[in-house]
Design a protein around this ligand. Sequence first.
Ligand code: GFB
Length: 356
Amino acid sequence: NTVDVDPNGYVVYCPCMGRFGNQADHFLGSLSFAHGLNRTLVLPPWVEYRTGERNSVQVPFDTYFQVAPLQDYHRVMTMEKFMKELAPVIWPPGKRTAFCYMARPGSTSEGCNAKDGNPFGPFWNTFNVDFDSSEFYGPLYYDSHRTSTAKAWHKKYPVSRYPVLAFTGAPASFPVNKEDVYLHKYLKWSKGIQSKADEFIKKNIGTDSFLGIHLRNGVDWSNACNHASDSPRLFAAPQCLGYNNEYGKVTKELCFPSEKTIISQVKKVVKKHKLGAVFVATDNDPMVQKLKKSLEKLKVKTVVTTHPSDSPHMDLAILGKADFFIGNCVSTFSAFAKRERDAKGLPSAFWAFKEQ
Ligand code: GFB
């Protein structure tokens, strides 16, 4: 039952930035990067932050997603499997180099300081990894869509000497490159998440066609949106505004839509698509009573939410199944649902953004 070693080498990385939506953007880019370099991608656990806990918690990749569909695009394996079965042979202690673009401030004056701070330390400690040296790969970059990129990486880091490239952060751009968005089609929810979402729909929505909405309205978001006017491309905004702001700039409304905007848009969509129920995913205020009241006349029987039970992945899986979706253009959490729906050919829109 031994695992064959990939003669083309491996890419390992810590999804050390942001929460789930940010990490998912980075994941697609890292998958593309590994594909471009023709190295196996080691699927890192998802990094989560729990209230009251000092250190990040690492949740195995396959808790939320199936590994097999990703293999249709490129060679991948979970980090748990890599560390247990391959690392002792091809990446043993004593030979572990951390890769970073340039020196990262930390306990040593020079180096990647790959384990300094949270989630950096807790992430690698999950696998008992300590680094022996640092390698600055700048000015190389991750854009594997340029043919010169892979060549340059192979030249500087040949597999014979560097079987494993272990990155301090994701080898990917943020937000996800336009060219990599379609890779989302290989990302399929695990059976566990899938069935939780199906059960919720069966129990609470039944067979009605439904609208799924994402209300990103917690205090962290309202703070981030205060800077909206200085950041025309804030977070996931290129998903609706275009990667060169072809369709406009981020506004306060686009980032943090008013209740008036939300209600009028929901009413319009419910009417137009003759929807019978509304599912609300939110990090803070689901507006259930307000939505119910304003939808009374439109024969909408159900307005439901999972809030406050914290189940971001189940929320996303449900949003991925709705008959129509309205999301927040600036949020990478919304972007996840939008990409999944695009891959399935399902329609979506954004708050305060007119359809193209
Ligand atoms: O996913 P995420 O990176 O998206 O971070 P943004 C937002 C987190 O908030 C999610 C929770 O991972 C969830 O834990 N959350 C948001 C939700 N919406 C929902 C929801 O509908 N249901 C549930 N259950 N949970 C960025 C951050 O968030 O916001 C950046 O990643 C930064 O690092 C910025 O903090 C202000 O792109 O929306």
